[in-house]
Design a protein around this ligand. Structure first.
Ligand SMILES: [Cu+2]
Length: 114
């Protein structure tokens, strides 16, 4: 096992600078993507204005949605999980994440604000 690892390392080293460069670039991309995914969608404060269970939508007044380049406003959202609508009523404060799903701004994470 150890001999195999050693010979693999030697094989990599003998491929030269270009291959090593490519390998480290690839690793760098992976890390950058993970960092972006973590910061792209942020939890935002919202207040429920209206719940429309029949349509599967909720009207929220929300703080800025950085990932959607959207300032604070009141608007209608779709919800990823219709059960969340049962946990919302007008006047409730919530925390949520929104994303663009098939062209519709959709709540993809929800929790009641305490
Ligand atoms: Cu909005």
């Amino acid at each position: 096992m150890k001999a195999l690892i050693t010979s693999t390392l030697i094989a990599f080293a003998s491929l030269g600078t270009v291959s090593v460069q490519a390998a480290s670039d690839h690793a760098g991309h992976g890390m950058a993507n993970q960092t972006m995914a973590a910061t792209e969608i942020q939890m935002v404060d919202g207040q429920v204005k209206k719940v429309d269970k029949a349509a599967g939508k909720v009207t929220l007044s929300h703080g800025p949605l950085v990932n959607l380049s959207m300032p604070a406003m009141t608007m209608v959202f779709r919800v990823k999980d219709a059960n969340w609508l049962d946990q919302m009523k007008a006047g409730d404060k919530i925390r949520f994440m929104a994303d663009n799903v098939n062209g519709a701004v959709t709540i993809v994470h929800f929790e009641p604000a305490k």
